[in-house]
Each structure stands twice: as C-alpha cells, then as structure tokens.
Design a protein around this ligand. Structure first.
Ligand code: 13P
Ligand code: SF4
Length: 301
C-alpha cells in the first residue's frame, strides 16, 4: 500500500478531514478534502463534521481551526511550519501598543498567534479586510492593524479610516519586486496581473487586481481573459491551472516560495494520522477570547 492509500484508510478509520491551503505542494493539494484561502479554511474548519482535522498549512491556520472547533482533534503534520509574519508581533508588544493608543480598537490579520487574536477586537483575512473594517469600526475610530504593514496600507488606500500600522511583513511576498511584474508583463502582454495584498505598495500599484488567494480563484473563473500573471506564492499557480485548464498562468517570480508552506509532505501527513501528531492545544481562556474576534470577523463577511 502506498502513502496515499494508507492516508485514505486512516482518514476513514479516524473520521478525519484534510484541509490544505492553496500554497501547499501539489501532492498535498491533491489529497485534500478541501483547499482554499485562510477565510475559506476557517469556515470549513468551523463546519466540518469530522472528528479529526489534519491541517496542511502553517501553524496559525491550524490554531485558527482549533479555536473554531475546540472539541475536535486538530493536527499539523509539521510543528515547524510557522509563518514568520505571524511571529513578528507578540501579545506583549500588542498590549504595549494598545497602552500607547488607549482609545484605539485592535484589528489583527488572521496571520497572527492565538494570543494576539485574543487581544484584538476583531480579526480579518486578506479576503475580507475591507468588509471587516467597514463593518466593525466607526469612521472616527483609531484602528491598530497588526501585524502586516502592507495589507494594512493597502486597506488604508481603499477605505477612509485612521490606522496605526505595525512593522510586520511576509518575507515571501516582499521578494516580489516591480521589475518581476514588469518583466512578466513584457513577456505576456495579453495577461492580467493579479497580486496579493501582502505585496509591497510598489507592486500592488502596478497590478490589474489586488486579491486574496480565494479572490484570485473567483476572479479568474469569472474573467474572459485567458492569461494571468500570478503575484503570490507559487503554489497558487498549480491550484489555478487545475481549476481552469483552458487558461494559462505564469508565476510572477520563481523566488516567491514560502518554505514553511512546503514543509508538509505526504509522509508527514501519514505520520500525523498514524501517531495523532502534532496535536494543537491552547488554553481555554485564549480559545474563548480569540474565538470572539474570529466570530466577529465571520459576521461581517
Ligand atoms: P490567503 O488568505 O489569501 O490565502 O493568504 C494567506 C497567506 O498566508 C498569504 O501569504
Ligand atoms: Fe506567512 Fe508569507 Fe508564508 Fe503566507 S506566504 S504563510 S504570510 S510567510
């Protein structure tokens, strides 16, 4: 029996479901029961009837699944698959920032730890940041937006609110440069350029559309255009090519790779199911407080 067959058998035995982010390796995307962006994965984690969730993504995503389904067993096949951006702010740093801005409300990107989510009024993803800001805050309110300075700045460029920024960023998206975009556009002049809001403002300013990975999927399906330059982690090109075999996709740069997303392999998924490894555990009070900020986000989406 090969690894895939063993995974399928164990999934049945344990009543497990495999959730995978759009940046996962093709062989992981292929065995997933559901793949999507951070928002879609959170919603799926909250509604699944499975007893065990094997989360193929990075650590904060598995934590989010646990926060939304605390009674379920949530596994991440590699504990080291972290998100460097999520680690760029600690709950202590956020508490200090809140003290410096005592009347401000706090908004965190879902790419943050459970402790940071627990400190915030509401959470958002790159797919719903605008709706959340519009729905959750008054126009005259000051909003601390952590940790991604680029998602925060892009959101600020789209909606008139008073933001306090933090200095976090995604090292993978920061590697995407305007010259990559211009070079690909010169190679494929008929293609539309879609970029993720984690890219720098120099890049988002040149794009045809700025979208979450889920937003890219929808955009491509609805578009009459046949060619797209994809300005995000390269795994997205596999996802889009599979879903839209009649269209062509070009990665904006072959250095836009998230090494943490690529840590999950078939062997690790199998080990995870065989050994119930590594189980996400969180203190009950953190779950309760973080749940509020995530549920508030979902109510505005
Ligand atoms: P999406 O929610 O757009 O999938 O983004 C998650 C992420 O980590 C982007 O780097
Ligand atoms: Fe984190 Fe960037 Fe990797 Fe997304 S692509 S998980 S933001 S490091």
């Amino acid at each position: 029996m090969d690894a895939i067959e063993k995974i399928q058998k164990l999934k049945q035995k344990l009543n497990a479901v495999i959730l995978a982010h759009n940046y996962q390796l093709p062989q992981i995307q292929d065995i997933a029961d559901y793949r999507g962006d951070s928002l879609g994965l959170s919603i799926e984690a909250a509604k699944t009837k499975a007893d065990v969730i094997v989360f193929c993504g990075v650590y904060f995503m598995a934590e989010t699944a646990k926060i939304l389904s605390p009674q379920k067993t949530v596994l991440i096949p590699d504990r080291q698959a972290g998100c460097p951006m999520a680690d760029m702010i600690t709950a202590d740093q956020l508490r200090t920032l809140k003290k410096e801005h005592p009347s401000a409300k706090a908004l965190c990107y879902v790419n943050s730890s459970a402790e940071v989510k627990a400190e915030c009024d509401v959470c958002c993803t790159s797919g719903n940041a605008l709706e959340v800001v519009a729905g959750a805050f008054r126009e005259d309110e000051e909003i601390i937006f952590v940790p991604d300075q680029y998602l925060a700045r892009y959101t600020a460029s789209q909606i008139d609110r008073n933001f306090v920024f933090w200095k976090g960023y995604c090292p993978t998206h920061a590697r995407i440069l305007p010259q990559h975009l211009r070079g690909k556009r010169a190679e494929h002049p008929g293609a539309l350029v879609l970029v993720h809001p984690e890219c720098t403002p120099h890049v988002t300013a040149l794009a045809d559309a700025v979208l979450s990975t889920g937003g890219m999927s929808k955009y491509v399906k609805q578009s009459d255009c046949k060619e797209f330059i994809i300005g995000t982690e390269e795994g997205m090109v596999y996802r889009l090519s599979q879903d839209n075999p009649d269209k062509k996709f070009y990665a904006i740069s072959d250095i836009a790779v998230c090494p943490n997303m690529k840590k999950i392999t078939l062997d690790k998924v199998l080990y995870s199911l065989e050994n119930i490894y590594e189980e996400i555990t969180l203190p009950e009070d953190i779950i309760a407080r973080a749940q509020k900020s995530i549920q508030k986000m979902v109510s505005y989406t």
